[in-house]
Design a protein around this ligand. Structure first.
Ligand SMILES: O=P(O)(O)OC[C@H]1O[C@H](OP(=O)(O)OP(=O)(O)O)[C@H](O)[C@@H]1O
Ligand SMILES: Nc1nc2[nH]cnc2c(=O)[nH]1
Length: 183
């Protein structure tokens, strides 16, 4: 049965809308300072990064352009398979550009590790990563991430772009799901 009561599906709020906005503003200030005088190509990784992209882009004062990629690294479940496929590629030539990948979450690190190497092979001036969330305890590969919003415990989270079975992306906060949703 369909239900509209999204709140009752949640167990715990990890970060409120206000906390996320504040943290994104701080990251944007740091990025503006680091990239002073240089234009940035923000690369958003669909679909999870849509909220981060929209809010980070608006918080930045630097000149930016935006492009999007869609990759698939998860099979039917919630564990990264490590096999990454490009579902939608960039439209921008990266040659000489300062690329900043915007992501919602780094879990095993397999997606971003592959993506960073892929983008570096296209001749950019630089490639850095900005992720709102990272799970250090879930890391399967070492990956250099310059901008991290929050390091979080190894729990499945939803909201602010992050889904479970394509739902919950529209929540303006980040939380964990109640067991009845996935059990
Ligand atoms: O570090 P990893 O274990 O590789 O996981 C991180 C990836 O998983 C999520 O995307 P997902 O594949 O769920 O697709 P979506 O963004 O469309 O929800 C997230 O947006 C990252 O791209
Ligand atoms: N929704 C969601 N997607 C993910 N992809 C990798 N880790 C996660 C997570 O904790 N939540």
């Amino acid at each position: 049965m369909d239900s509209n009561d999204v709140q009752s599906d949640l167990k715990h709020v990890l970060y409120t809308k206000e906390e996320i906005q504040q943290r994104i503003n701080e990251l944007a200030q740091q990025i503006d300072a680091d990239y002073a005088g240089r234009d940035i190509l923000l690369v958003g990784v669909l679909k999870g990064a849509v909220m981060v992209m929209a809010d980070l882009a608006r918080a930045l004062h630097s000149h930016i352009t935006m492009d999007w990629m869609a990759v698939s690294s998860y099979g039917s479940g919630t564990q990264s398979s490590g096999v990454v496929r490009i579902l939608k590629d960039l439209e921008t030539d990266l040659m000489g550009k300062h690329v900043l990948i915007a992501e919602d979450i780094i879990d095993s690190g397999l997606t971003l590790s592959w993506l960073k190497a892929n983008l570096l092979s296209r001749g950019p001036a630089s490639v850095e990563i900005c992720t709102l969330l990272r799970k250090p305890a879930a890391a399967k590969v070492e990956i250099d991430v310059k901008y991290v919003g929050y390091d979080i415990p190894n729990e499945f989270v939803v909201g602010y772009g992050l889904d479970f079975a394509e739902k919950y992306r529209n929540l303006d906060f980040i939380g964990t799901l109640a067991p009845h949703v996935y059990e």
